[in-house]
Design a protein around this ligand. Sequence first.
Ligand code: NAD
Length: 484
Amino acid sequence: MDVRSSVVTRRDALIDGHWVQADSGARFPVLDPATGATLEEAPDMGAAETRRAIEAAARAFSSWRATPAKQRAAIMRRWFELILAEQESLAQILTAEQGKPLAEARGEIAYGATYIDWFAEEGRRVYGDVLPPTANDRRQLVFKQPIGVVAAITPWNFPSAMFARKVGAALGAGCTMVLKPAEQTPFSALALADLAMRAGVPAGVVNVVTARDPAPVGEELTGNPLVRKLSFTGSTEVGKILLRQAAENVQKCSMELGGNAPLIVFADADLDLAVKGAIAVKYRNCGQTCISANRLLVHESVISEFAARLAARASELKVGDGRDEGVALGPLIEEAAVEKCERQVADALARGAKLLLGGARHKLGGSFFEPTVLEGVTADALIFNEETFGPVAPIVAFTDEAEALRLANATPYGLAAYFYSRDLSRIFRIAEALDFGMIGVNETLMSSEAAPFGGMKQSGLGREGSRYGVDDYLELKYVCLGGM
Ligand code: NAD
């Protein structure tokens, strides 16, 4: 076992308040993507353990929903404070299993924690309604009630924040949860769950089941009638599988799926701001972000200057182990991610694009890839049409606003889009016309607990965060009182 495994605080799964092994005793290795070494092993669970976790969550639901929202909020607030107090150790776990630079990992821990704080408060403001009656002898009310046991499935790219975003809303609303974290990154979720126990979250309210093979766990989570809702973050491909499975029980679903974000630079843009924004959103988490700018659409009159400045800034980004000082780009999560970048770069070059920077594996080896900038990419290129999930910035030229919009919307995805302009009427025109759930105008770091996060089209269903985010965890119940 690698010496770095000492950062992991919990190595077993959590069911009904107990830290447990798989029934078979089997464990699977979790790798440190910066070194390729085994960081630690996690329990390799399946349907039987998942069923027990669901049953525990169902038992805990009756008392958690009956706990006054104020009391639930106090427990959640303690959890939030513990997460902040343990920010450094949680960040160390996150970087060790996921690879992102420590500064980003610290940011993710704090960002995720804000959702627990936010939904502790939102839970206290889940008001029902008294409707104006449709006849004098009746009264009509709407109750809002927690939906019940929620299943959550999260990806490896934000293993801490994606759990926090879901569990905050669920617990605030009075629901209980069974989480299955990604097999590449189970320890961030287990460490957060450990703090939940220490904060006083009752046994069974939060359960975490780990597995090397996600399918049997997913089948139980969607097939078990005790689970009333599924909240998934991950690829569109897996989202569709889960939606099909969830159809059997007509399970309510929230889906945060893939993206293919355009970042448009109009001729009137502040280029300094645009380059800074593009660097931030393209290379953060080594490009492994669902809202990463996947296509940089730049007006022909400024394209040469923008491309040269972007390449110059990107060339300064230090690549290395996320634990090392000054590193801006960590490793990609695994070899397949490197191969995808190589494939997309080769395809773009074959279609006539020009390489301005990088384009290959980094000399550090492993799953490190060079920050890359391509100019003259065309709309038929793979990189224009598929999510990259790597540090490759493809620049595409456009001639007028109509073409920019057509190119931007030419994707089945609709998660995030960004554009740079100083013309107020254009800002409204474009913001209204982009088919995306989140629009950054002269800004690329826009996610916050106060704002609704989510996508249109094949990027998903529902929204997380904000006052809207709690609705996905509530049922509306209409009560009609007659004979009044
Ligand atoms: P993925 O879909 O491969 O995996 C996500 C989760 O689903 C993991 O926990 C995995 O174990 C699980 N899973 C895979 N197959 C399953 C099955 N058959 N049944 C049940 N569970 C299954 O995605 P990934 O590679 O881990 O994450 C990257 C993807 O997530 C990208 O497409 C990215 O855009 C998306 N993402 C979206 C958001 C958002 O908020 N919209 C946020 C982060 C990531």
